[in-house]
Design a protein around this ligand. Structure first.
Ligand SMILES: [Zn+2]
Length: 414
């Protein structure tokens, strides 16, 4: 049986018909629709001579044992956000299935290295606000206590929603057993951004996932009457924040792939008849290079103090969240570039702004790389998310090539 990328596209449509409504994909993790998607996937897998089981965190593992126990992992996620797209996560998983079929057939069921296809549980974190749940359990970077008490919009506890699907949160650490013999991890994903479309390339190589610094910056001034307070006597906290909102763009633009966003600004008292006495701004900064990220953070801090002084205000910072950049494996990045070039002529190296399960696998010390396929208009997490079918087919071919190259690498070196 030869690789059949058209079958992947047909199966993606089949899954869409099964799990989407007029608002988009509804495969939210730990819901009945998600379970239905997983059952559908299990039926596809049954046609192959492979072993399938769920680990302690609800990740699904399909294993095709090879001559060597060293394993090549291919991953994706069948869960979606509510009203999501048809490709996010599902493309990775179904392309992986097609590659698995090709390898099982070519090597009469026994490839030189073991091939494992994983469907990560709850990548999106859409219901409980905790992304990368299954893959972080696998990686051992997960904190049970931090997540146990999370609730969804209806007050259902995360712990109880998982139990309904046969998963006990206290057993999560057992999922780390699946790391055994893992030699490499590959993940194909839609880009979810506009870069590849802008440069006119179907496929790109992902260098890693960007680190994130996320802070609340509070400017303190003085509430005052907007009629009686002369302009030169004001201590306007919003004026200082507004200067910073523009400055972070200058700070980010010094670096090719860096991004800085002030996504939220709250003013107090927040009425039209008062000068703003207090302003809370939320800042998100990202880059693949830890040094660049640290520099941008420092520069934003310095600028905030400068603007606070100019407006006769004071400023304080509090960190909401941060994560280190996760660079992917240099040799696998090279192989991925080869695979992309052989498939579509030329390649582009790029960091990923969004986090992916691949970042957790890489944090577990397993050599990892990701491949991106172009997203039309860069839109994702939306029912209009789309990619040209010819590009989807190319991405299956490129993933297949990358898999062959990685199998060879595992045999010879890892
Ligand atoms: Zn995804």
């Amino acid at each position: 049986m030869r690789l059949n990328p058209k079958r992947t596209v047909a199966e993606l449509k089949e899954l869409r018909a099964l799990t989407a409504d007029e608002n988009g994909a509804q495969r939210v993790a730990w819901t009945d629709t998600w379970l239905k998607a997983r059952e559908w996937f299990a039926r596809k897998v049954k046609a192959l001579a492979v072993e399938q089981h769920f680990d302690a965190a609800g990740n699904s593992w399909v294993t095709l044992p090879g001559a060597s126990e060293k394993s090549l992992l291919i991953g994706g996620h069948l869960d979606s956000v509510p009203n999501g797209g048809w490709l996010d996560g599902a493309l990775d998983e179904l392309a992986g299935l097609e590659v698995l079929r090709r390898i099982a057939s070519e090597f009469q069921g026994r490839p030189p290295v073991t091939i494992r296809l994983v469907d990560w549980a709850d990548e999106e974190g859409a219901r409980f606000g905790r992304s990368l749940l299954g893959s972080s359990a696998f990686a051992g970077t997960h904190s049970i206590e931090a997540d146990r008490g999370r609730t969804d919009r209806d007050g259902v506890k995360l712990e109880d929603a998982l139990r309904r699907c046969g998963v006990e949160i206290d057993k999560f650490p057992d999922a780390q057993k699946e790391q055994k013999n893992s030699a490499a991890y590959l993940e194909l994903h839609i880009e979810q951004g506009p870069v590849l479309e802008r440069i006119g390339l179907p496929l790109g190589v992902v260098l890693g996932t960007k680190g994130v610094e996320r802070h609340i910056i509070t400017f303190h001034g003085q509430e005052a009457h907007s009629g009686s307070t002369p302009m030169n006597a004001r201590r306007d906290a919003l004026a200082a924040a507004a200067k910073l909102a523009l400055e972070i763009r200058t700070i980010a633009k010094k670096h090719e792939d860096a991004v800085c966003t002030m996504g939220s600004v709250k003013t107090f008292p927040g009425i039209v008849t008062a000068v703003v006495g207090r302003c809370e701004a939320a800042l998100d900064q990202r880059d693949l290079d830890a040094g660049v990220l640290a520099q941008m953070y420092r520069e934003a801090q310095e600028a905030s103090h400068r603007f606070a002084a100019e407006e006769n205000c004071t400023v304080s910072w509090s960190r909401l969240w941060n994560i280190e950049p996760v660079p992917f494996h240099p040799r696998l990045v090279e192989l991925c570039e080869e695979a992309v070039r052989e498939t579509s002529g030329s390649s582009h190296r790029m960091p990923s702004g969004p986090l992916h399960d691949a970042a957790e696998v890489s944090r577990a010390g397993i050599p990892t790389v990701m491949m991106f396929v172009q997203s039309l208009k860069g839109i994702s997490h939306n029912k209009i998310e789309d990619t040209k079918e010819e590009h989807l087919e190319m991405s299956v071919v490129a993933l297949d090539r990358l898999t062959s190259k990685t199998m060879e690498l595992i045999q010879n070196q890892f």
